[in-house]
Design a protein around this ligand. Structure first.
Ligand SMILES: *[C@@H]1O[C@H](CO)[C@@H](O)[C@H](O)[C@H]1NC(C)=O
Ligand SMILES: *[C@@H]1O[C@H](CO)[C@@H](O)[C@H](O)[C@H]1NC(C)=O
Ligand SMILES: *[C@@H]1O[C@H](CO)[C@@H](O)[C@H](O)[C@H]1NC(C)=O
Ligand SMILES: *[C@@H]1O[C@H](CO)[C@@H](O)[C@H](O)[C@H]1NC(C)=O
Ligand SMILES: *[C@@H]1O[C@H](CO)[C@@H](O)[C@H](O)[C@H]1NC(C)=O
Length: 397
């Protein structure tokens, strides 16, 4: 056997007996630069080695060696692709899109010569764009985000390196809230104002489409937008008075009774319910503090700034002079005093009831005509109609 040196030098090489044109031998070869599309079938021709001669020339031994050598095999003078169903030539899977093999040629009586075979693997559009992350992308967006500003960014990638553009699927449920101004940026812009109080979750479909390929592969992602509550609502007193227009909360008028001259020391009981306000931002529910706006009689009361409970500090002397006291109660957010609401609390002063009513006279005498039927006048001695009078010193009028 000729040239055992080849096998000795490169243990992994493939050996082939080849005859070349008379006299040329290994020097008829040269470096090979070529290219092949990815996903080519097994056996595809990669390169033809220099034209061989007739039989009878010197026997040559050719070896392929190097880390990429397993991608090729020699078939006579043809260098062919070695691929299989489970091992396709996938440019995106290769460490480098250029495969390099050493072709060694050994000839009896000469030192082996090494040539380079350099094969560039050409790209095909064999990958669709893909969105990064979960199948459903989630973004949290504050309801206070300005219209026309970027609310989130979607990024898809394409293993073939194709240019992508992004479009919003107009048929997706909340497409009207969003817009993409620069199609290849993936930046999604808010097209109309968000409102946590009416919608807490929106859904939109964004599609990434290849721009520069004939296949124009595309892929879509569902994007869920959680609308976060922003501080855009004021406190409101509860229970709301019958709403008009709907959705509006009108503060109730709270009423309570006190009795003149009395001081119980316990909080007043208000109707239609205790004085209570809460933040209109349901997602935030900022803490509320209560206070009484200064007024003629406000010093007579104390309000608990945390609970809104109102206590009378000094008794009201006379219900006749002061039949009712009107207080202005303010509820404001602890974290932002400019967000407040004011409600009216009316404290009615009832007269003390110390005396029972009394008839003017302990006994009266009167007459009815004899033989009177169902209805007859009862008269006094003087012939006047009997009138009974009672009197209560607590209620002179
Ligand atoms: C072809 O590739 C397969 C799988 O890598 C390998 O086992 C085989 O040896 C290769 N054939 C040649 C001729 O290199
Ligand atoms: C959105 O907010 C929720 C909690 O409110 C959180 O669990 C989630 O991680 C947030 N998602 C993103 C994408 O920021
Ligand atoms: C995405 O591709 C499908 C076919 O695969 C096509 O029907 C659809 O119109 C494409 N969508 C876009 C936005 O290009
Ligand atoms: C206050 O007294 C009036 C009668 O004088 C009564 O109708 C009303 O229910 C009382 N209000 C409360 C809150 O007790
Ligand atoms: C409520 O009143 C207490 C003292 O009575 C005070 O220390 C506290 O700061 C007040 N809270 C607010 C929010 O005004």
């Amino acid at each position: 056997m000729a040239a055992p040196s080849c096998r000795a030098l490169l243990a992994a090489c493939l050996v082939l007996q080849l005859a070349t044109a008379r006299g040329e031998g290994c020097s008829g070869f040269g470096n090979v630069f070529t290219e092949i599309p990815e996903n080519s079938a097994h056996g595809s021709l990669v390169a033809r080695l220099p034209a061989g001669g007739d039989a009878g020339g010197p026997a040559l031994q050719l070896c392929l060696a190097g880390t990429d050598a397993a991608w090729f095999y020699l078939d006579g003078r043809s260098l062919r692709l070695n691929a299989s169903a489970g091992r396709a030539l996938d440019r995106e899977e290769l460490e480098s899109p250029v495969l390099m093999v050493a072709l060694t040629c050994a000839e009896d009586g000469f030192a082996p010569v090494e040539y380079r075979v350099i094969v560039q693997v050409l790209n095909e559009n064999d990958n669709r764009p893909r969105f990064r992350g979960e199948p459903v992308l989630t973004h949290n967006v504050s309801e206070l985000v300005a219209v026309h500003s970027v609310v989130f960014s979607t990024q898809a990638e394409d293993a073939d390196g194709d240019l992508l553009m992004y479009v919003i699927d107009a048929s997706s449920p909340d497409a009207r809230f969003f817009r993409i101004d620069l199609p290849n940026s993936g930046r999604v812009v808010l097209a109309r104002a968000l409102d946590f109080e009416s919608r807490q979750r929106l859904e939109v479909v964004v599609t990434a489409v290849e721009m520069n390929t004939k296949e124009r592969f595309n892929t879509s992602a569902r994007v869920r937008v959680n609308v976060l509550d922003g501080d855009d609502q004021y406190p409101r007193f509860l229970p709301c008075a019958p709403p008009d227009p709907p959705g509006v909360c009108i503060s109730p008028v709270y009423t309570a009774n006190v009795t003149e001259g009395e001081l119980t020391g316990s909080p007043l009981r208000f109707s239609p319910g205790s004085i209570y306000a809460e933040d209109g931002d349901r997602g935030l529910r900022a803490a509320i503090t209560y206070s009484l706006l200064a007024g003629e009689e406000s010093a007579r009361f104390h309000i608990d700034n945390a609970t809104g409970a109102i206590t009378l500090l000094r008794a009201v002397e006379s219900s006749r002079r002061t039949p009712a006291i009107s207080l202005s109660v303010m509820a404001s957010q602890v974290n932002d005093a400019t967000k407040y609401a004011v409600a009216v609390a009316v404290v009615r002063v009832l007269a003390t009831n110390r005396h029972p009513p009394r008839f003017a006279r302990p006994a009266v005498r009167a007459f009815v005509p004899a033989g009177a039927r169902e209805a007859a006048l009862v008269t006094t001695f003087g012939g006047h109609v009997l009138a009974l009078r009672a009197h209560d010193p607590d209620f002179p009028e």
